[in-house]
Design a protein around this ligand. Structure first.
Ligand code: SF4
Ligand code: MG
Length: 305
């Protein structure tokens, strides 16, 4: 459904995304994971063309969409939608919920908008009467339901959810994740699910791609990657996820990463992870590891686990 090849995103001197390639198959969920600033949101925004790619290609549904103009993009917006992290700031406060959800339908010239808005509200667990209210009258979880209804209004094929539950109370997160999963089954949706929280991504993803400083460092089937991460960074990220079983929690290894991620404006030479990596050797400082197959997944590391 989607093939991203050697995507580059440059802002002045900063290479926020540095040669990212991946595919998404119809009906699957690809989890995109990494610390804030690793380029995952920028990648998402490039795919839906809210940002113009600096280099590389994006093929969606058999078509090269990398450099389509605004006019050429319009019919495509129907099939390619995005759910944002902060539901309130992504909803226009001066529009009613009904108007917000109707916008993409009106742009696409879809008839019977009013009835469709009612159906969409019902589909995300709200009621048709909510159409006349304003976003500020809703809780974060409800506002995200409105964002989901808007994203699904045109029955897209691919939905990119950029940290859709990160801004919500923990108690509400599971409800929204469940809703997204239900809707995927009902409507046959394909998802890219972006998060920094590995526990959320594990639940929803068939495959996972881990990003670090603008590059993918490991990608593979969700379970395999969680049960035996091969990249030291994936391993460190995983070790930060709490385990529900207190016995396991007490005995397991916790890897604390040294320091913050380096600035994308000045990525370290060789393997960008080397200043924080417990396995780093001389080779890591000198030579950048390329993604290659290792234990059934792809890993960019000279000394994978
Ligand atoms: Fe660590 Fe070296 Fe692998 Fe980079 S290449 S992750 S520094 S072991
Ligand atoms: Mg982000």
């Amino acid at each position: 459904m989607l093939t991203v090849t050697d995507l580059e995103m440059r802002f002045k001197d900063v290479r926020a995304v540095r040669g990212v390639s991946f595919t998404v198959r119809p009906g699957e969920t690809l989890g995109l994971v990494g610390e804030s600033g690793c380029g995952k949101s920028t990648t998402a925004r490039a795919i839906v063309r809210l940002l113009e790619p600096s280099a590389g290609t994006i093929r969606f549904d058999g078509r090269d969409i990398t450099h389509l103009s605004h006019r050429e993009l319009r019919p495509l917006r129907r099939d390619l939608q995005m759910i944002f992290q902060d539901p309130h700031s992504s909803l226009n406060p001066r529009q009613t919920v009904g108007q917000i959800i109707a916008n993409p339908l009106v742009v696409q010239g879809v008839p019977g908008v009013k009835a469709k808005v009612g159906e969409l509200l019902d589909m995300v667990g709200l009621i048709p009467e909510h159409a006349g209210r304003y976003p500020h009258e809703f809780s974060g979880g409800q506002a995200q339901r409105i964002g989901i209804a808007r994203a699904l209004a045109t029955r897209p094929k691919l939905v990119i959810a950029d940290e859709p539950v990160s801004a919500l109370d923990v108690s509400v997160q599971a409800q929204i994740v469940n809703l997204l999963e239900e809707l995927q089954r009902e409507l046959g949706l394909t998802y890219i699910f972006i998060a920094h929280d590995l526990s959320v991504v594990r639940r929803v993803s068939d495959r996972v791609a881990v990003m670090y400083l603008g590059r993918i460092v490991e990608t593979g089937a969700g379970d395999a990657l969680y049960d035996g991460p091969a990249h030291p960074y994936t391993r460190a990220l995983l070790s930060a996820v709490p385990v529900p079983d207190p016995k396991v929690e007490r005995t397991r290894e916790r890897i604390v990463l040294r320091g913050d991620p380096p600035s994308p404006a000045a990525p370290p030479p060789g393997c960008s992870f080397h200043p924080r990596c417990p396995r780093a050797e001389e080779l890591c400082r000198a030579e950048r590891p390329l993604l290659r197959v290792h234990r059934g997944r792809e890993v960019a590391c000279h000394f994978p686990l």
